[in-house]
Write a protein that binds this ligand. Structure first.
Ligand SMILES: [Fe+2]
Length: 374
């Protein structure tokens, strides 16, 4: 906003001594940047290598959502980094709503190069019109909820920060040990982390609830079935965990572990390790049970509508691949394709859950004990 307001003022100042140059400058600045519509971009990406996608937003915005396989140069760095972009390939510049992208196009068009355009309507329009898998971090007017997913490549884990933009209240789900990114994100947007929830006792990584609690004072919520030794709120079926004027509703989904919870808000479900993209969490690291997991699928997870977005605690089979903008799936996709959900009987499911899994991690029992003690 500051740059938009200051540019005309700058033109008026220079116009006092060089009116002709000022007029020319204004004409150049007002020349409309060529645009690529979301539909055109989708066609280009689907039909070949496509143009170079250039994101010119800030780091905080980029964490919230982005186009896959893009390049990233914040607008303020673009003048000094133009040389990083190939001159022979078309470039489509994008930001959130389109205004900064048009300014970037002006910069790029100053020199000889293949066509440069701005994405019409920005990432918001692209998500709305052609690819709803791109998260809309500024959703429909009136929707106060915003969700940030934090992938952790070292472990393949996913953490979530969900906030009520109206009140600034936020909840952290399954935080990793390194809590600085969560706090930085909350600070950037003026959110206050008011609660921390562990969907279950993790056996594959050290959880970050203790560190985040120490930094923020936010209370920790875990299942009433959890043997956690630290102070916590014991959550049960149907409990609501409030953040601002929004709330997550708790469903107990034992199986991967006895203390597993699923958290729901609107048409989104945080399924932890109960349901992963294409798979489910194993039941042999600790106190899990194939029978309980089967029951949780039958009575809880698969009773959700197909349209519900599934937000898991692990990448699932995509682990190790370049991250998409958001690791998520839907109940409908999983119901139709997830190998764990194609089994017809409990007997088959028991066999599936007990045969063919990798060896247990050496230190999983130590990790479990540590996570429960802190
Ligand atoms: Fe797990």
């Amino acid at each position: 906003m500051t740059g938009t307001r200051s540019s005309p003022a700058g033109a008026r100042r220079s116009g006092g001594s060089h009116p002709v140059r000022a007029v020319k400058s204004r004409v150049r600045l007002l020349r409309p940047a060529p645009l690529t519509t979301p539909e055109e971009l989708r066609r280009l990406l689907d039909s070949g290598p496509g143009p170079v996608l250039l994101d010119v937003r800030t780091p905080a915005e980029r964490v919230l959502a982005r186009l896959p396989d893009d390049r990233w140069i914040p607008l303020e760095e673009l003048p000094s980094r133009i040389g990083e972009l190939p001159r022979s390939r078309p470039v489509v510049v994008y930001d959130h709503l389109g205004s900064r992208a048009t300014r970037a196009v002006e910069l790029l068009r100053a020199g000889p190069r293949a066509p440069v355009t701005a994405l019409e309507g920005g990432l918001d329009a692209y998500s709305r019109r052609v690819d709803p898998t791109i998260p809309r971090y500024r959703p429909d007017p009136g929707d106060p909820q915003v969700l940030v997913q934090f992938p952790r490549p070292g472990t393949g884990c996913l953490s979530y920060l969900i906030a009520d933009r109206d009140s600034g209240g936020a909840l952290m789900i399954d935080p990793g040990l390194h809590v600085t990114p969560y706090r930085r994100m909350a600070r950037t947007h003026g959110w206050t982390i008011r609660g921390i929830i562990e969907t279950h006792t993790h056996a594959d990584h050290l959880a970050g609830h203790a560190e985040l609690h120490a930094k923020t004072g936010a209370p920790i919520g875990v299942s009433h079935r959890s043997p956690a030794q630290y102070p916590h709120r014991a959550l049960s079926e149907g409990d609501a965990v409030e953040f601002g004027r929004l709330e997550l509703v708790v469903a107990e989904t034992p199986g991967h572990t006895r203390d597993h919870l699923m958290l729901q808000i609107g048409d989104q479900a945080f399924t932890g390790d109960t349901l992963l993209p294409g798979a489910c969490g194993r039941t042999d690291l600790g106190d899990g049970s194939p029978d309980l997991l089967w029951e949780s699928f039958e009575t809880k997870v698969l009773t959700l509508p197909d349209s519900v977005e599934v937000l898991p605690a692990h990448y699932g089979p995509r682990q190790g691949l370049p991250p998409p903008c958001r690791f998520s799936t839907t109940i409908g996709v999983e119901r139709a394709t997830n190998e764990a959900l194609q089994l017809r009987s409990l007997v088959e499911f028991r066999r599936y859950m007990t045969e063919g899994w990798p060896a247990k991690p050496k230190d999983f029992d130590t990790i479990v004990r540590t996570n429960l003690a802190r």
